[in-house]
Design a protein around this ligand. Sequence first.
Ligand code: AVJ
Ligand code: FE
Length: 440
Amino acid sequence: REHVDGEQLRERIAAELARARSRTMLLTEVVDDADLMRQHSPLMSPLVWDLAHVGNQEELWLVRDVGGREPVRCDIDELYDAFKQPRRDRPALPLLPPAEARAYLGTVRDKVHDLLDAVAFTERPLVADGFAFGMIVQHEQQHDETMLATHQLRSGSAVLHAPPPPEPSVRVGAEVLVPAGDFMMGTDTDPWALDNERPAHRVDLPAYVIDAAPVTNGQYAAFIADGGYTDQRWWSPAGWAHRLRERLSAPMHWRRDGDEWSYRRFGQWGRVRADEPVVHVCWYEAQAYAAWAGKRLPTEAEWEKAARWDPETGRSRRYPWGDDDPTEAHANLDQRHLRPAPVGAYPAGASPLGVHQLIGDVWEWTSTTFKGHPGFTAFPYREYSEVFFGDDHRVLRGGSFGTDRSACRGTFRNWDYPIRRQIFSGFRCARDARPEESYR
Ligand code: AVJ
Ligand code: FE
């Protein structure tokens, strides 16, 4: 483990906690109390549940566990336990009203600052390199992305506004060949990496070809225009059944306007832009598109090798551009723009092989079901990821415009059911390399 000076670490933690909290506040201050208490979709919690849940997790892990302090209030643990309360039932719970929830978050945060001053970053795994604090920062930021998805489902006028992302500054090719060979997947060294990203392990892959950019609205509209949604050939049996049941005919939030598609984004209708990555598609739609295009979804390992493998040194890096943390020039993250950026907008974020926009813009579906890496150990709790291992969930990679940089890196793993599309999900395609391509 890298040695980090305690004072510097304390400052970094305080800054990251503050950054997460200002986003939480923004997302919950732009609507009134009635709106915060309302359920905008049975898929989502009322925003006021996420709000107090963020404070409750911070209390459980930092105040009680790391700090060994007296509970702030144990009477609400059950209410904000995601496993005891299914999302659809949360609006009926006796939740803390917004003012009380905000006061609770403030009390917990004051205690956290108090214990942060006193904590020794010993080798105890929970506190080494400030791990528990990093986990809580990422937890709050993940709920901020969930709250942003709730905002996208909310009806009524627009309350969130952001400047548009940068325009394209380079032309991006169609595909990139990744040569055969092994690479290091996962990590042992990233101090705030979560349990499912560990341990690092070698994975050998045959040569493959991956799209240089996420599939765009223009490409996806061509699939629709070609009858992609009504041609069973492209769909898996489960995907076809789901398509019929839900009458899917376009990405979520799309509407036909004469010859064009429009799209409702955070309460405002606008034209679908052809060069922007498609978002709000489920895994079944992504899989059908890939089949129609004569390709397939990348495996999770293929995605990660494209994002991290440095052909020059053979090393795996933290990000496509290297080991440095993301800046505004690298990727569309941090809810800065509230929409995916057109392809070609982030040349500085490309990988050495020329794969663009792997980080940010849209979460990318992979063909892989969510399992532990070989040698996985749950830490610090089974309910973060281990209880979701199995065949039910597909892995998504790379983060979206709604993801914070603290909860996004080349090893970061997200997962969801293959029917879900209220998340900021898109995809890119891959295919096996043809023999004449791999021996160039
Ligand atoms: C990793 C995004 C699937 O939101 O369900 C939040 C993150 N875990 N609270 C989720 C999480 C516990 C999780 N995802
Ligand atoms: Fe949570």
